[in-house]
Design a binder for this molecule. Structure first.
Ligand code: HEC
Ligand code: HEC
Length: 208
């Protein structure tokens, strides 16, 4: 049972061929019952640091269909310039497609994103996160409850969340954004480990 939920995403990971040599992600959950609530909450604290970081939260804007420009390289936080809207499609189909500026065939990240203030580019369809995954400006407890709620997390258990690779290229970019942008904290592997640790602890959320 555990094996089955594990293998499909891992096969996907291999098939996408995204990760350069030495950058494979390992999915090794700690044994059931081996993680205390306290350790789970500590892992959650680090997950929150990642989720609320501009490299993630700028796209996880909830009800709003406006991506955000925030983080040290932007100065003041503000909605995406040029009146960009993602629409209900979340890909900008009703206005101008995100991919017009954000997609590249170049998988060499340092090359694709060397220029400060140019549009970040990935070799995948760039789009706004689903409405339910509403993280921008949200508190730790709000994001925690959203992420552990199958109704609002795309019906994923902890292993599926950890191995969630539908936007792996975007995640890859978030930890190596280039262009003078601050990368998301920790590393993708550490983030995956934290999600597994939090999951085995029973996905505990802070009280407030
Ligand atoms: C006309 C070109 C253009 C289009 C279309 C466009 N963007 Fe952008 N986007 C940019 C540029 C340029 C920047 C970088 C601005 C800067 O760094 O000062 C950017 C930055 C961003 C950022 C901030 C990334 C970060 O963390 O630094 C997000 C998020 C984003 N865009 C999302 C979207 C989404 C979602 C769409 C479609 C709904 C979209 N963009 C459509 C040009 C565009
Ligand atoms: C360019 C926009 C963009 C950026 C930047 C981005 N995401 Fe996402 N995120 C998405 C989209 C689109 C989805 C929906 C994909 C899906 O569910 O298949 C998503 C879904 C998710 C989900 C599934 C959870 C849920 O509740 O549906 C997680 C977890 C997640 N993102 C984590 C992250 C993390 C961590 C970062 C930063 C390291 C990040 N994302 C940065 C666009 C983005």
């Amino acid at each position: 049972m555990m094996k089955r939920t594990l293998w499909a995403p891992l096969a996907l990971l291999a098939a996408t061929g995204v990760w350069a040599a030495g950058e494979t992600i390992e999915i090794n959950p700690p044994a059931e019952g081996s993680v205390s609530t306290e350790e789970g909450l500590a892992a959650w604290g680090r997950i929150y640091e990642v989720a609320s970081h501009p490299r993630c939260a700028n796209c996880h804007t909830g009800e709003s269909d406006r991506p955000m420009w925030s983080g040290p390289s932007y100065g003041k936080a503000r909605p995406h310039g040029m009146n960009i809207r993602a629409g209900e499609s979340r890909i900008g189909a009703e206005h101008i497609l995100c991919s017009t500026c954000h997609t590249t065939k170049d998988e060499d990240w340092s090359n694709a994103n060397a220029v400060p203030h140019a549009a970040p580019r990935v070799a995948a369809e760039w789009q706004l996160a689903p409405v339910e995954a509403d993280w921008f400006g949200r508190s730790s407890v709000e994001i925690c409850r959203q992420l552990r709620d199958p109704e609002r997390n795309g019906d994923r258990d902890m292993l599926e969340l950890a191995a969630h690779l539908d936007h792996d290229l975007i995640l890859h970019w978030a930890w190596a954004p280039g262009g003078g942008r601050e990368p998301a904290p920790y590393s993708l592997q550490e983030h995956v480990n934290d999600i597994l640790t939090w999951g085995v602890a029973g996905m505990p959320c802070p009280e407030n």
